[in-house]
Design a protein. Sequence first.
Length: 88
Amino acid sequence: MTSTTERLVQIKDIIRPINCAVDEDVLDYIMNSIVQEGIREPIDLVEYDGRLYGFNGCHRCTAADRLGYTEIPARVKQIDQQTFNSHF
């Protein structure tokens, strides 16, 4: 059984994909947007065995980190071992 919650998470606690490629032009755009409007859309994470894994929102997470944020809003989906093994 899985459940999803929205909450603030510490950026330092997010395990991000190794292949998280960041387009610097997109990143600049998102950083400017965050400065003007804040973070409008939570990133998506999965949680398994107490660890948070990045799933969607690499640019938002990187932008927030570069702007000095320590926390970011996230939708966190709890997953089981079978789901974790299938996708990670």
